[in-house]
Design a protein around this ligand. Sequence first.
Ligand SMILES: [Zn+2]
Length: 266
Amino acid sequence: MLGFIERPATVWGPSWTLPVGGVSASVSTRFGGLSQGAFASLNLGFFTGDEPARVRRNRERFAATAGFDPRRAIAPHHVHGTDVVAVDATAVPPEGILAPHPTLRADGLVTTTPRLALLVGAADCAPVFLATRDGSAVAIAHAGWRGTLAGVVGKAVAELCRRADCTPSRLTAAIGPCIGPCCFEVGEDVATAFARRLPGAVRRVGVGVRPHVDLAAAIARDLRDAGVPGVPTPPPCTRCRSDEFFSHRSGAGVPVGRMLAAVWRD
Ligand SMILES: [Zn+2]
């Protein structure tokens, strides 16, 4: 019988556009979890078809490696919209992120509460991190193509500034792993919508080839338009790097795991 080799969860750390003090951020990878098959191994999504007990243990492992308390953490259900919700410790359910949140539906979270981790899910959609550069407040957004077109990034910037009582010039940002322009084929309707609102985000690589969208470039444009200084580092493509990250599009119709992105202040 083969012995099971315990490996800690591994995480990916974002690069902030400008230095920030007293803020931590992490994205999970596929490595160091207990799940099997298509969910191997660090699947953090409860609604993927994976065994909930394994997802729970995987979430404990991710939190331990990243360095936050999973019972003082909050992860909403996503609706691919633009709702950005300000939360404090009273919004955290008894089990934190070790069980699905009973009610909260949102694609962005903001807090000024110390050591309260905000999380969003990802498996091609981009996690977008925001913080005041003095570390007094943090935000996170789940930005897929729908949410990005609808303006979730600008909403997160505005809500963070409102809660922190500052201007966007005081913010720093980062974009986590997401599907890259190399792999993000879209239909003409989505390409037209992006071209209209976020010019430069659409790539047409040849006649007869479906258009591709650069989601991270679209998010970077939204951050700039919102007044956030600095240029985000382009993140790795989840589909090209599906050995390291879960990618919805790499699944070809079969279930895939989910990653979580987390941000918190000291
Ligand atoms: Zn790619």
